[in-house]
Write a new protein. Structure first.
Length: 79
């Protein structure tokens, strides 16, 4: 995992009206970690992934190897 000072991208977290699709295997990783209420809120948040070139759900970004941290509405990514 990269150190916080070694980020390459600072991505803004956007709140969507409808949640993005999240693969079932990714959702299984969060069972027992987050409540259903928190999971439904996080599904409606997205970031513009610099690697995929398209918006992805924050939950998918959170389990990515390149995710460093999330602070005040921004995600720090090592690219």
């Amino acid at each position: 995992m990269a150190t916080p000072s070694k980020y390459k991208y600072k991505l803004e977290v956007k709140v969507l009206q409808k949640p993005l699709k999240v693969p079932a295997e990714k959702l299984e990783e969060f069972k027992g970690v987050f409540s259903k209420r928190v999971l439904s809120r996080l599904k409606k948040e997205a970031v513009e992934c610099p690697l995929k070139g398209s918006p992805v759900s924050f939950l998918e970004c959170f389990v990515c190897d390149r995710f460093i941290r999330r602070v005040k509405g921004y995600v720090y990514c090592s690219g």
